[in-house]
Structures are given as structure tokens and as C-alpha cells.
Design a protein around this ligand. Structure first.
Ligand code: ADP
Length: 352
């Protein structure tokens, strides 16, 4: 069965075609500048039309959907009610879900007879206990507005933890794993017996680690203080925290770890500081997650920085488990979120 995996973002559409269950990658590609001013690709429909003209023999489609809130704990076959449900989740993911939905709607028009599944980035973290996902806000903010920790990068954390179990030749239900997804966006998860029990990202992907351009954890009162000092709108504050902070904001140089490492090696103090802060935050989370799982069998690194930056991995790992009797295995596992989506779509369709 040929499964087309679509990752429809606000200005790009990525795709991979797999022959399942062989897990054979048949083709892949990317369309950029979707719906950007002056672009030839005026919307997602047009972008997907170009992709689907190139690809023949699609039996089913798996769509990545960023936010499923508490509504979607598992992948689902898309129908009108599901579309309505994804639309309702747009309120908590205004940057991502509308673009995901545009991809779904375009595919339904272009390939009306083909079954399509939605696979959610938040679903893997729906196993968090309430004491991990409820914030210290009045409880009605959770009940009325759905404000709680959701967590993201679910497909990546699930994929690399299942790979870790395969590599270690130990079943997932016998393992305590900490997975570090360190790309432009960064998150770290505590996976106990195959289930996510905590995740650094929160209500949005802003919480937790210091990332390429996102600040991660800060005292929320900082936002009130800045708004009193400067006449910033909510949108400007949002941009400050999401686009101008993190490695880029601290270093004043770049969000790209390769550039920062090179500058650090030349003696740039701010590049060194940005990297030190990045590493320090990850170490703190590893310590916390080792404590809540009462140990750790494996520490997994993945994504751009996790897979390619050996010096950063070394700095993070140094001494972080020295209190444990048995040192955990440290693994580098390339992530494959698209394969995870293809697997889940295949399982869902086969079950039907
Ligand atoms: P995204 O979250 O956008 O998918 P990536 O997973 O590609 O991002 O991660 C981007 C980060 O990974 C950047 O900081 C970049 O410096 C680093 N990175 C990516 N590829 C390499 C590489 N081959 N060598 C070193 N660093 C890399």
C-alpha cells in the first residue's frame, strides 16, 4: 500500500511517499513559498496539485496535524466531523493547524476517493498525568479555555524511543528513556514504559528548552514588565518570545548552532554564553526527568543539533548521570516523523 505523508506548513508543503508495510521510501519533495506574497504557488490547493500531478498510485494519505488538544488522543480517519474538530483546535495553534487543515481540504478535493488520516503531534503526550500537565493557574482556566501543557514533537519522541528499544533489544515497557529533540525547535521528553510522562514544551511550543529563536522557560511576570516598559502589542510580544529570543537573541549572531560553534571557537563570548545556556537548560531537564522516572536507561539525541553536533552532546552528557549507579546508554538516532505518520496511517487503515 502506497501511503503519501503530507506535512503542510504555513509556507511550505513537505511530502514523502512510502510503500507500506515495507517502509520503503519511494519519493519525497518540498514545495516552498506557498501563499507568500508574489509567489506562483498562490495557495495550498495549488501546491498540492503540483505534488499530486507528479505522484501516481497513492492508496492513502497521512497528514501531520500539530495540535489535537484533548480531543484527539489517537490518529483518526478524516471525515467532516474530524475536520470540524481540527478547526476547533485552531484556537490553540493559530500558526499551525490552519495550514495543516488547508492541506487536508486540498487533498480531499484533489483525491476525493482516497482515505486520509490525521496524525497529531500532541497525541503521544496525552498520557501525561494531570499533575504534570495542569499549570499553577486557577483551575477554571484549564476547564474553560483548555490551558494546560500539551507538548509537541510527539511523532519524533515516539519514533526515536521505539528505535532505542529496538537497538537496546529491550521491550519499551522495561525502559526509562529521555529523548532530546534538538532542532530549531527543541523539546525533551520523559518516556516511562513507552509512555510520555512529561515533556518540556507546553500549551504552545514556546515552553521549556532554549531554542533557535524561542526563549523557553522564563518568569511569566517578565512579559507583564516588558509590556509596562514598552508599548508592545500582543503580537509584538509574541514575536519577541518566538522569533527574536533563544540562541539568536542571546548571541545577537544567529539561531544556527553551526555558526555559533564556529564563533565560539574563535573566542566570541556571546556565542559561548548562548551555547552554555542552551546546554545548562537541557541538563536541568535531564536531571528532573531522571528524578521523576527514578532512573534512566537511555538518553537519546535526535534532530539537527542532536544528530550532528557531537560537541554539544558531549557538553550535555558530561557528569549529568554521575549520581546513578549504572550509566545510561547514550544514543544518537535520526528522527523520522514521516515514517511514524506512515506507520500510524497504515495501521489505522488496515484495522478498518
Ligand atoms: P528544524 O527544527 O527546522 O527541522 P533541524 O532539525 O534541521 O531544524 O535543526 C537545525 C539546527 O541543527 C541548527 O542549529 C543547525 O545548526 C543544526 N544542524 C543541522 N544540520 C547540521 C549538521 N549537518 N551539522 C551540524 N549542525 C547541524
Amino acid at each position: 500500500m502506497n501511503i503519501l505523508v503530507i506535512n503542510s506548513g504555513s509556507s511550505s508543503i513537505k511530502y514523502k511517499l512510502f510503500d507500506m508495510p515495507k517502509e520503503l521510501l519511494l519519493s519525497k519533495g518540498l514545495i516552498e513559498h506557498v501563499a507568500e506574497p508574489g509567489s506562483k504557488i498562490k495557495d495550498h490547493y495549488f501546491g498540492l496539485k503540483i505534488i499530486l500531478e507528479k505522484i501516481k498510485g497513492v492508496d492513502a494519505i497521512g497528514h501531520r496535524v500539530v495540535h489535537g488538544a484533548e480531543k484527539f488522543k489517537k490518529p483518526v480517519i478524516i471525515n467532516k466531523e474530524i475536520i470540524q474538530g481540527i478547526r476547533q483546535c485552531c484556537i490553540v495553534a493559530p500558526l499551525h493547524n490552519p495550514a495543516n487543515l488547508a492541506g487536508i481540504l486540498a487533498c480531499r478535493k484533489l483525491l476525493p476517493g482516497i482515505r486520509q488520516a490525521a496524525v497529531f503531534d500532541t497525541a503521544f503526550h496525552q498520557t501525561l498525568p494531570d499533575y504534570a500537565y495542569i499549570y499553577g493557574l486557577p483551575y477554571e482556566y484549564y476547564k474553560r479555555f483548555g490551558i494546560r501543557k500539551y507538548g509537541f514533537h510527539g511523532m519524533s519522541h515516539e519514533y526515536v524511543s521505539s528505535e532505542a528499544s529496538r537497538i537496546l533489544k529491550k521491550p519499551l515497557n522495561k525502559l526509562k528513556i529521555i529523548t532530546c529533540h534538538l532542532g530549531n525547535g527543541c523539546s525533551i521528553a520523559a518516556i516511562l514504559s513507552g509512555k510520555s510522562i512529561d515533556i518540556s514544551m507546553g500549551f504552545t511550543p514556546l515552553e521549556g528548552l532554549v531554542m533557535g529563536t524561542r526563549c523557553g522557560d522564563i518568569d511569566p511576570a517578565v512579559v507583564c514588565y516588558i509590556m509596562r516598559k514598552k508599548p508592545y502589542s500582543v503580537f509584538q510580544i509574541d514575536d519577541l518570545l518566538n522569533k527574536y529570543s533563544g540562541l539568536k537573541g542571546i548571541s545577537g549572531i544567529s539561531n544556527d548552532m553551526r555558526i555559533l560553534m564556529a564563533r565560539k571557537d574563535k573566542g566570541d563570548e556571546r556565542a559561548k554564553l548562548a551555547i552554555d545556556i542552551f546546554v545548562y537548560r537541557i541538563k536541568k531537564y535531564i536531571g528532573a526527568y531522571t528524578a521523576i522516572m527514578n532512573g534512566c536507561d537511555a538518553l537519546v539525541f535526535t534532530a539537527g543539533i542532536g544528530e550532528n553536533q557531537a560537541k554539544v552532546r558531549k557538553q550535555i552528557s558530561q557528569g549529568v548521570f554521575s549520581h546513578l549507579k549504572k550509566a545510561p546508554k547514550i544514543l544518537v538516532i535520526p528522527t523520522n516523523e514521516e515514517l511514524m505518520i506512515a506507520r500510524k496511517t497504515f495501521q489505522l487503515i488496515r484495522r478498518e
